[in-house]
Design a protein around this ligand. Structure first.
Ligand SMILES: Cc1cc2nc3c(=O)[nH]c(=O)nc-3n(C[C@H](O)[C@H](O)[C@H](O)COP(=O)(O)OP(=O)(O)OC[C@H]3O[C@@H](n4cnc5c(N)ncnc54)[C@H](O)[C@@H]3O)c2cc1C
Length: 226
């Protein structure tokens, strides 16, 4: 019997010792755990909790499907309950990982046939990092919206020809303005699959813009962070 990808992915719970916290900016960091003990599809997320703490939060998997570590990219939210605690974890401390979850991934039927346009705000770039690492031959364009260029997290991970930075509060990006301003001003091939990830305001505005350009809901895959 042929198994579908959906059947192969099993949801599991595992404890991991933190390997490293890699600080990218004052408020953003990559939390590294040992190699994933579960199979996941690039784009999926996990639910994470800290040993001894009753709360959990969702995080997209930042590392690729075959990487030797399981990574997440986190922005410390000022006044937030969970993300500041993650930032101060030390190597060797235990976290609990539940997952993987979600359907935010590349449709295998479209992988070769379509151009993939990834649209991210802030840490919404995380699932695209996983996709690009997993599928190195993917025909993609990544449009990343941030306030300042310093928030262009690990931009050297991406082919510079395929990475476009939109900075809304300074002019150091490729485009000065929000990702939605860039989308409004840009024409896309009809054979494009769009993926939106980040805050809900960006996602709803982007969906309206794409609808106005003639794309249907089936052309757009969405992951809302908050
Ligand atoms: C499917 C999914 C995947 C996610 N993946 C990631 C990820 O890869 N990286 C990541 O950093 N976060 C991700 N998040 C958000 C994450 O789950 C938490 O909401 C975030 O870390 C804040 O948690 P907190 O306890 O610190 O803040 P809380 O105390 O829960 O909330 C404080 C406030 O912060 C807002 N908020 C949440 N996230 C952000 C943000 N990034 N920037 C600004 N304000 C925010 C909330 O709306 C809330 O109003 C994801 C959320 C979902 C649903």
């Amino acid at each position: 019997m042929t198994m579908t990808m959906e059947q192969e992915i099993k949801i599991d719970t595992n404890f991991y010792k933190v390997t490293q916290i890699r600080h990218l900016t004052e408020h953003a960091f990559v939390l590294t755990l040992p190699k994933s003990r579960f199979a996941f599809r690039a784009g999926q997320h996990i639910s994470l909790s800290i040993q001894g703490d009753y709360q959990s939060r969702e995080y997209s998997i930042y590392s690729g499907e075959n990487d030797h570590a399981l990574e997440i990219l986190v922005k410390e939210v000022e006044g937030g309950y969970f993300s500041p605690k993650l930032k101060y974890l030390k190597p060797g401390e235990l976290v609990e990982v539940h997952g993987p979850f979600g359907k935010f991934s590349i449709d295998p039927k479209k992988r070769e046939s379509h151009r993939h346009v990834f649209i991210a705000s802030g840490t919404g770039i995380a699932p695209f990092h996983s996709m690009v690492k997993t599928y190195p031959h993917l025909d993609y364009q990544l449009i990343h919206g941030v306030r300042y260029a310093s928030e262009a997290y690990e931009r050297t991970s991406y082919d510079p020809q395929r990475y476009l930075l939109c900075t809304s509060r300074e002019t150091t990006g490729h485009f000065h303005g929000r990702v939605t301003d860039y989308l409004s001003a840009t024409e896309f091939d009809q054979n494009t699959a769009f993926y939106l990830c980040g805050n809900s305001d960006m996602i709803f505005d982007a969906m309206e813009i794409l609808k106005g350009k003639g794309f249907s809901r089936e052309d757009v895959t969405v992951e809302v962070y908050f």
